[in-house]
Design a protein around this ligand. Structure first.
Ligand code: NAG
Length: 539
């Protein structure tokens, strides 16, 4: 029997499809921010689509049922604004670098503890005896959850929501070179001045030390307390060890938007994995945008920072500027009952951002500069105005501004004049739109579509039951060994020792020969004298 190429392909697909289809995957997303789940949900959907069975620990109930999907709901979900008030954000409380880091750590510890103590999660830890082929954890300040990998003796893949951090490099066996890789909270470019490199070293070092001695022991403690019921605490690995056992990290980063940095096979860039071809818009929005003959501005501060919580004077500035532009404005605003909305402005409490940005009439995107929004703006080739608040937003803004398709305005500086002039510049200077299109072309040009690449690595780790070989053995070297400081110290010692011994020997030689020579000289001179005197006598 002979197969046509098409039949051959079909048979191959079915064989491999069925091989890969029966995996059980546990997905851990205890962090309660909607934007994180929105991104990770795309991976869950794709896994289900490929026939895997997925169980997720999450704060968000599924929008629709799927026979192969089950969830352990963290219910009631963690109330972020209660623990971390949005007013702090508007007051720029997290503008200082160290406080920015502590914000991450404290949010991480607080949300992890909350999730682990949730009765549904506790019950799942104590009673569940299912088998998982893979643990997928969000790579985000929730290291205690890695203990599930120990419970099920399963390999781990993590999906990073933010871009790279030094500790991800360390877990994969790399030390981040601080000479040209700025710390993630710093708004530095890779070309740092001497002073910037000094500061980068201090902050990166502080991060490493505080993480190791303050943050990670607390995560470890949370893990050991929560899993204490399943076995004696002495047999647990530390979460630090578990972190080093992660097989692959899928990172939300792209070579065209983040500067090149040293990497290793187990670190895989998957930025843009969530972006799909645009879906049809709701009719009212479609009509609004279709009718924007002068173009439309899309304004959203994301899911956490709510426009409706903005101080009154800032709100007034936005209204004033929007009232005076020719463009239509689509604004994600949480209070739809607001009065005195200008005629050219439409407010909605929820808007399909990525699909709106794909509408050809959208000429400007005003954003807080979160990772996903920035990437969607880049992907759709829309010029942006960044109003950054915290976390990685300042850095995203700086990167976009340097690439020439965006401008930045700090929230504290927002008034009708600054806002008006920035918007005017972005709308009238064609360079922004041209460079946005160019950035889009680069962002879309991938060897493999990022979601496909993510699935390849996830299934690879399942197939091979872990993939230790994707990281270097240097995970087990300490930093003295890694930087070869021990070897340098050894050679310095050998060199100094040799130099010292050589000095001693030479100086010993230098002393004796002089004594010898002077004696010989005396002998010689005396003998020549006697010779001379003999000669004289003879004469
Ligand atoms: C559910 O998973 C099984 C394999 O475990 C697969 O055969 C089936 O097609 C999946 N169902 C759906 C709706 O994807």
């Amino acid at each position: 029997m002979r197969f046509t190429p098409f039949e051959y392909l079909l048979v191959t697909l079915i064989t491999f499809g069925s091989l890969a289809s029966c995996s059980n995957i546990l997905v851990l997303v205890p962090f309660p921010a909607p934007s994180h789940w929105l991104w990770l949900e795309h991976f869950v959907q794709e896994l289900l689509h490929r026939g895997h069975k997925v169980m997720a620990i999450t704060n968000f109930a599924a929008k629709e049922d799927h026979p192969n999907y089950t969830e352990v709901l963290i219910d009631p979900p963690y109330d972020i604004p209660y623990y971390f008030p949005v007013t702090d954000i508007f007051e720029a409380k997290y503008n200082n670098d160290l406080s920015n880091l502590f914000l991450y750590w404290n949010v991480g510890l607080s949300t992890t503890k909350y999730a682990l103590e949730n009765p549904n999660v506790q019950q799942f830890i104590e009673q569940d005896d299912s088998d998982f082929d893979l643990i997928i954890s969000e790579q985000f300040f929730q290291e205690a959850f890695l203990m599930f990998a120990h419970k099920y003796r399963a390999p781990i893949v993590t999906i990073g929501t933010l871009g790279y951090s030094d500790f991800m490099d360390r877990a994969m066996g790399l030390l981040t070179p601080w000479s040209f890789v700025p710390h993630p909270v710093l708004s530095y470019t890779t070309e740092m001045t001497f002073a910037q490199r000094c500061y980068n070293l201090l902050l990166s070092l502080a991060d490493a030390v505080i993480r190791k001695y303050y943050y990670m022991p607390r995560q470890d403690m949370l893990a050991k307390t929560s899993f204490a019921t399943i076995e004696g605490p002495e047999s647990f690995p530390s979460v630090y060890e578990l972190e080093k056992s992660i097989s692959v990290m899928l990172i939300n980063s792209h070579v065209s938007t983040s500067p090149a940095r040293p990497s290793i096979t187990g670190l895989v860039n998957v930025a843009g994995a969530h972006i799909q071809s645009a879906k049809p818009l709701p009719t009212d929005i479609q009509r609004f945008l279709d009718g924007a003959s002068e173009g439309a501005i899309f304004f959203s501060l994301g899911s956490y920072v709510k426009s409706s919580d903005m101080p009154k004077d800032k709100l007034k500035a936005f209204f004033e500027v929007f009232r005076n532009v020719k463009q239509k404005v689509l604004w994600k605003f949480e209070d739809e009952t607001m009065i005195n909305v200008p005629k050219n402005v439409m407010v909605r409490k929820w808007l399909p951002q990525s699909d709106i940005l794909a509408h050809p009439n959208v000429v400007l995107f005003i954003t807080h500069g979160g990772m996903f929004g920035s990437q969607e703006g880049i992907y759709r080739g829309v010029p942006m105005l960044f109003i950054p608040f915290y976390g990685d937003q300042h850095r995203n803004a700086l990167k976009a501004e340097l690439s020439g398709y965006a401008l930045t305005l700090n929230f504290a500086d927002v008034n009708s004049i600054t806002l008006g002039s920035r918007i005017n510049e972005l709308l009238t200077n064609p360079a922004y739109s041209r460079l946005a299109k160019k950035a889009s072309e680069l962002f879309r040009d991938n060897l493999v579509p990022p979601m496909e690449e993510a699935m390849y690595w996830i299934e690879y780790v399942i197939r091979h039951k872990g993939a230790k070989h994707l990281k270097s053995v240097s995970v087990d070297l300490n930093w003295l060994q890694y930087l070869m400081l021990d070897v340098f110290a050894f050679f310095a010692f050998v060199f100094l020792l040799t130099a010292y011994v050589a000095y001693k020997i030479i100086s010993a030689f230098l002393e004796k020969p002089t004594k010898l020579k002077s004696k010989e000289h005396k002998k010689l001179t005396s003998s020549s004298k006697t010779k001379n005197s003999k000669k004289a006598k003879e004469n």
